[in-house]
Structures are given as structure tokens and as C-alpha cells.
Design a protein around this ligand. Structure first.
Ligand code: AHR
Length: 519
């Protein structure tokens, strides 16, 4: 209901230019108000040695769908087509017990080991070189995590040497012996994973981690001064040490790192934060913005206190919906079915909202990874005969395809429902093509809402496409038997002008692509 008396409680406090008390829904777009030039790596993803992400996901040598290297052709084609810019690997929790040496060299000499993070059998038939080869084939940059759990900093530096030094040293010569004459030139590295978590192999106190990060960073940069290093931030706002961890870690290692990581998984559990309330669930993207602001504030605090001129950026390198398939015990099986979350329409709508949140905070977040990419809490699922696009595939692929160029600081005014803004929006403008992309979430579960897009300059001259993800059943899921339950539909294109009125279906996430008069 549109009402001037609606209010927004503090937990959903809106960012500066997002107002929820309005009587009409309005998105004011001024192309001169640029929030950030988008780093494409904000649309990254993640592949861990976990369940069927690698084995049976991207690598399946026994499959009729595999190429000569054992890579699934259908999966590689899909990921290439999506244009995923960067992929984090090999973990996740897995990396904290991983010896990268087990995964390189002749395959018949690689040991089969027990992965203690997921109680699974790891054959090591896929390792760093296979990942780099596969990533290049799909057009993605590798973001490599190193072991801060069981391994010494020396092994992080050895991996940088193995990957990035052309030759003439112990570890670079080993890579050459393994058949890779050219260095992999890997720029981005995560210094461990979720080391604040009691579940993490080698979990340690913040200051200890911070000192280890300094040691590893110095050694890694001694090998290759061009590397970009990401420190482990808190693994989520629910952690008892949230922000305290980040502050203490950064007080130790601020000068040695370039970014800090954030993680968060969202859910609509009846026993959880939302109590199963779908409206509250669809507002959880506002909590993502809050988390980003809080961690960014800690970075600024430490920057000032340490007198540094350098500004860190944020790497939101694990984000997604994940609350159903939480069990992580692989029962000592190889490639067990773990964390195979089935995503429904409301999950996809929230993922759309999270895309909007990342755009609105793209001045702070340089890298972000949808966790994960294939089979494990993933937009793509495989079986022996092919692959399935889950509901969350669509908002993610829209971001990859259309949210380009600059994130604009659009003013979004919206009516509120139970204190929550009905309309959530984000806008990009690509100076290379002169295209606007307007992404709109309608959180109203009952009725369509109109929104007026007001262009302050460079108004659109053509509507290129207007599509939406919606449906009658918020809990509908795609299956191999019925893969089209949740998929986008085209809406009637509104005529281009300086004021465009769009009608957004109830329970929907929509993408409007517009061609501007000028690039
Ligand atoms: O993505 C699944 C797991 O979630 C990762 O291994 C870990 O980093 C996080 O807790």
C-alpha cells in the first residue's frame, strides 16, 4: 500500500540515496552521478574441492560430455557464455588442509588423501595446473587461495614461485617439468580462508593470523612484487568476533595487503533470522550493504590509526543463499553429493537484490564471488546427461551480461511495506555502448507496482529489452524433469523518454536495457 506514513526501521536503514517513505516509486537517474567504474571482477564466482563442484562438475573424464582433458564441454561452454570474469579456487574450508604439491605433476603419482574439511576422498586428479588451464579456456582469471591452516607461509610463497616465476628456480623449474613452460601469471591471492571460524582447520586468534599474513605476504611479494593479496576478514556478521577480528588483523597486516574478504550466506529458515517471512527475506540484501559499510569503516579506522595513505578494497568472495543443505560430511566418499541446494523463485529474487546491493557498494567492493559455481550451492547443476540452470542463474547472468561500465548513484524512492521498501533498484551506464541497465526488485508479494524512471540527462532513445523473473509460486524450483519452472519472461517494452513508467509484476526481479542518445 502506498502511504506517506510508512517508515523504515533501523535494521533496514536505507543507504544515502535510497528512500522508502515516498508516495510514488521513482528512480532518478543522473548519468553524471557515477558511484564507481565497475570492476568486472565484482561478478566473480567460486569453485572448491567440495562435493561435485570439481569432480562431476567441471571435470569428469569418464563422461561422454568430457573433452580430451576430462573437462565437461557443456559446463565449460555455459561458463564461457556467461562471461564469469574471475573464479576463486581451491577453497573454502578445503584449502586449510590442502597441500598443493599433491595436485601437481604426473597424475599416476598424485596421492589420494582424506580431505578433513569435508570428510571426503580427494584423488588430486585435478589441481592447480588443471584449474589454470580450465579457467583460461572459459575466459576467467584465477583467484587462488593458499593454505593458512596446516601450511607454513613458505608454502604460499612456493606456490607463487611455482605459478609466476618463468624458470630457473626450484619451484618454477618444477612447473616446467610438469609441462607448463609459461608462467601462469596469477595476480590475485587469498591469504587463507575464514581463519576466524572455529570450524576452520588451523583456526587461530586474529593477531596470530595477522602476523602470519604479514610473513606470507612479504615472502609472496619477494617472489612476485606484482601480486594482489586479500586478507581473511570475518566470515560473517554472526561471528562473535565480527569487526573485532577485522580490526586486529588489519592492525597487524594493513601495510602488506590490498584487500580484505567478506563472506555471507542468506536464508529463509523458519527458525532463522527471517522466521520464514518472505518479505523480510527479500530485504536481506540491505544487510549485505550494512556489512560492507561496517567492514569498510574498520578499514578506514585502521588506515587512519596506522597513518597509511593506501585504501584497501573489499573482496566479498563468498555470497549466496545457503540454508537448506548445510551438512558437510562426505562420509569418506569421492565427489559426494554435498551442499546441493535447490534454489526457488524467492532465492532468485534475493540474489537479484544482492546484485543490486553489490552495485550500490561498488565503490568499496572490487571483487565478489557468487559461492559457488557448479553443483555446490550453485546456479548450474550437472547430471550424466547435461546441465540445469537453477533459478539463481538468471539474476547472476543478467549482472554478468548487462551491468557494465559505471554504477550510477541513482536515487530510489519507494513506498514501504511493513517498513521495508517495496522497490529496490540499481542502475549502470556503459560509456562504451551508451546503454543503461536498470535492475529492479519488486518485493511486493501480492501486487504489481509501478515505478517511474526519471532521466536527468542523456535520456534513452530506444528500449532494447525488458525482462522479468517472476511467478505465482515463490517456492517453485527448476528440475531436470521441468527445467523451465523459473525462467525470465519478456515484458512489453516501455516507450523511451526522459520519464518512463514501468509496471513491475508482484514478486519480481526485472532488467530493463535502454539505449541512450549519447555514449
Ligand atoms: O562455500 C562453502 C563453505 O562456506 C566454504 O568452504 C567456506 O569458506 C564457507 O564457510
Amino acid at each position: 500500500m502506498l502511504t506517506r506514513r510508512s517508515f523504515v526501521p533501523l535494521m533496514f536503514a536505507a543507504p544515502t540515496l535510497l528512500r522508502a517513505q515516498a508516495a510514488v516509486n521513482r528512480v532518478v537517474i543522473d548519468p553524471l552521478r557515477v558511484r564507481a567504474s565497475l570492476d568486472r571482477r565484482i561478478w566473480g564466482s567460486f569453485l572448491e574441492h567440495l562435493g561435485r563442484a570439481i569432480y562431476g562438475g567441471i571435470y569428469d573424464p569418464g563422461s561422454a560430455l568430457a573433452d580430451a582433458s576430462g573437462f565437461r564441454k557443456d559446463v565449460a561452454a555455459e561458463v564461457r557464455g556467461m562471461g564469469v570474469p574471475i573464479i576463486r579456487y581451491p577453497g573454502g574450508n578445503f584449502v586449510s588442509g590442502y597441500n598443493w604439491l599433491d595436485g601437481v605433476g604426473p597424475r599416476d603419482k598424485r596421492p589420494t588423501v582424506l580431505d578433513r574439511a569435508w570428510n571426503s576422498i580427494e584423488t588430486n586428479q585435478f589441481g592447480t595446473n588443471e584449474f589454470v588451464t580450465w579457467s583460461k579456456s572459459v575466459g576467467a582469471e584465477p583467484l587462488i587461495g593458499t593454505n593458512f591452516g596446516t601450511a607454513a607461509p613458505e608454502m604460499s610463497a612456493a606456490l607463487v614461485e611455482y605459478c609466476n616465476v618463468p624458470g630457473g628456480t626450484k619451484w618454477s623449474n618444477l612447473r616446467r617439468e610438469h609441462g607448463y613452460a609459461q608462467p601462469h601469471a596469477i595476480k590475485m591471492w587469498c591469504l587463507g580462508n575464514e581463519m576466524d571460524g572455529t570450524w576452520q582447520i588451523g583456526h587461530m586468534p586474529a593477531r596470530e593470523y595477522g602476523r602470519k599474513a604479514v610473513d606470507a605476504a612479504r615472502q609472496m611479494r619477494a617472489v612476485d612484487p606484482s601480486v594482489q593479496l586479500i586478507a581473511c576478514g570475518s566470515s560473517g556478521p554472526g561471528q562473535p568476533t565480527f569487526l573485532e577480528w577485522d580490526r586486529e588483523v588489519l592492525e597487524e597486516c594493513y601495510s602488506q595487503v590490498d584487500g580484505i574478504s567478506l563472506h555471507r550466506y542468506y536464508g529463509n529458515d523458519t527458525a532463522g533470522e527471517t522466521g520464514g517471512n518472505s518479505l523480510k527475506y527479500l530485504a536481506m540484501n540491505l544487510a549485505m550493504e550494512e556489512q560492507i559499510d561496517q567492514v569498510a569503516a574498520v578499514c578506514e579506522y585502521v588506515r587512519k590509526r596506522t597513518g597509511s595513505n593506501k585504501r584497501l578494497w573489499l573482496s566479498f568472495d563468498e555470497w549466496n543463499v545457503w540454508y537448506r543443505r548445510r551438512g558437510g560430511n562426505g562420509q569418506r566418499q569421492q565427489a559426494p553429493h554435498l551442499l546441493e541446494e535447490e534454489y526457488n523463485l524467492e532465492d532468485a529474487l534475493l540474489v537479484g537484490g544482492l546484485v543490486n546491493a553489490l552495485l550500490r557498494r561498488s565503490d568499496k567492493v572490487r571483487v565478489a564471488c557468487l559461492a559457488q559455481l557448479v553443483n555446490v550451492i550453485a546456479p548450474i547443476v550437472t547430471n550424466a546427461n547435461g546441465l540445469l540452470r537453477q533459478s539463481i542463474y538468471y539474476p547472476y547472468s543478467w549482472a554478468l551480461e548487462s551491468a557494465r561500465g559505471q554504477a550510477l548513484d541513482a536515487l530510489v524512492e519507494s513506498a514501504a511495506i511493513e517498513g521495508i521498501p517495496a522497490i529496490d533498484g540499481a542502475v549502470t551506464f556503459d560509456p562504451a555502448t551508451g546503454q543503461y541497465c536498470v535492475l529492479l526488485l519488486n518485493r511486493d508479494l501480492m501486487q504489481p507496482r509501478e515505478a517511474t524512471l526519471v532521466f536527468r540527462d542523456n535520456a534513452p532513445t530506444r528500449t532494447l529489452r525488458f525482462d522479468t523473473l517472476t511467478g505465482a509460486d515463490l517456492k517453485a524450483v527448476n528440475t531436470f524433469a521441468d527445467p523451465g519452472k523459473v525462467k525470465p519472461a519478456s515484458l512489453e517494452s516501455p516507450g523511451p523518454s526522459g520519464r518512463i513508467v514501468v509496471r513491475l509484476p508482484a514478486r519480481s526481479y526485472s532488467r530493463l536495457l535502454l539505449q541512450a542518445a549519447r555514449a
